[in-house]
Design a protein around this ligand. Structure first.
Ligand code: ADP
Length: 173
């Protein structure tokens, strides 16, 4: 698997699937979630409502992932995953790692070869960027998947620097 880092906006990415840092309601929010629904149009939200009414009446649990089509986005699918809110008192890293593993599992089910991820939990959910990057890069590289390109789309220079560092530490023997 090739891991690439690109600066910018995940909604413009021309990949098979983009991952949404959703919340468990699946009904939209700020950050990545707001941007995906704004750009993708109402079709995505309609599918999310359907998922809430059928499979996830209590919301999508933290650490899980589910796909919809991507509306007007260049991607074919949106994979919605719910990151954990950062807690200084409790180690929730496994839940954050689970977001990446579950998203790749869903991507495999879809047959998606290229997947773009944002820095899940590192916005409104408050996860320190360096740690979020380490978990993201470490988990993706250790997951068995048929996905051949994982692209981390980083919205800020800080995020890009953190992912760059995490990737370089990974390569070190
Ligand atoms: P969470 O609620 O999981 O923390 P956010 O969407 O608030 O998710 O933020 C996750 C990360 O995504 C943050 O680093 C934020 O700066 C970044 N981000 C916000 N908008 C976009 C976008 N359009 N494309 C890519 N990354 C984005």
């Amino acid at each position: 698997m090739r891991i690439t880092l690109v600066p910018g906006d995940i909604t413009t990415q021309n990949v098979d699937a983009v991952v949404n840092a959703a919340n468990s309601s699946l009904l939209g929010g700020g950050g990545v979630d707001g941007a995906i629904h704004r750009r993708g149009g109402p079709a995505i939200l309609a599918e999310c409502r359907e998922l809430r009414a059928s499979r996830y009446v209590n919301g999508l649990p933290t650490g899980m992932a589910v796909a919809t089509t991507a509306g007007e986005l260049p991607a074919r699918w949106v994979i919605h995953t719910v990151g954990p809110v950062f807690s200084a008192g409790e180690d929730r890293s496994e839940l954050l790692a689970s977001c990446y593993r579950e998203s790749l599992r869903v991507a495999d089910e879809l047959g998606a070869a290229g997947v773009a991820f944002p820095a899940v939990s590192a916005g409104v959910y408050g996860w320190p960027m360096d740690d979020a990057a380490r978990i993201a890069v470490g988990t993706v590289s250790a997951t068995a998947t048929r996905v051949s390109e994982v692209r981390f789309v980083l919205f800020t220079a800080d995020a890009h620097a953190a992912f760059d560092l995490a990737l370089s530490l990974l390569d070190r023997p």
